[in-house]
Write a protein that binds this ligand. Structure first.
Ligand code: AMP
Length: 127
């Protein structure tokens, strides 16, 4: 695996405090903030604080503590924002884009949490 992390990406700037964000949750290893162009009433981005480009990079190279914290923060947000089915919510979708085909815009690993309205099927077949 060969990933080169670009520390000039916009989420790296958010983590350094160079540009503002609308924080939802923060821990030692993880930051979560509202997407600037929300696609649903709930649209939160969860990012690790470490320099990981995408999901497989994070899963392969982050520490167990970073990986556990990331997922616990994401799950707590689903519960806190009232979309987790186990808490009576109507559900949510997590999305993580990696690379070219899914159009990853920001090369710092992030999980989208989307909910608060019907989201339709996951993908529309176009060919
Ligand atoms: P992706 O296409 O998966 O890389 O998603 C990148 C997401 O980052 C998009 O949903 C953007 O709206 C969002 N985004 C870009 N810049 C910012 C920012 N400064 N604050 C919050 N969200 C942002």
């Amino acid at each position: 695996m060969a990933y080169a992390y670009d520390d000039q990406n916009i989420f790296a700037k958010i983590l350094r405090g160079e540009i503002p964000n609308d924080t939802v949750a923060e821990t030692e290893h993880t930051l979560a903030f509202n997407d600037i162009y929300p696609q649903a009433p709930v649209h939160v981005l969860v990012i690790p604080k470490g320099p990981y480009v995408c999901f497989d990079h994070f899963a392969a190279e982050a520490s167990d503590a970073e990986i556990a914290d990331f997922h616990r923060v994401a799950a707590k947000i689903c519960a806190d924002l009232g979309v987790a089915p186990g808490d009576g919510g109507k559900g949510y979708r997590t999305i993580s884009n990696a690379g070219e085909h899914p159009v990853q815009e920001v090369p710092h690993y992030h999980m989208h949490i989307l909910g608060g309205r019907p989201l339709g099927r996951m993908l529309q077949k176009t060919d």
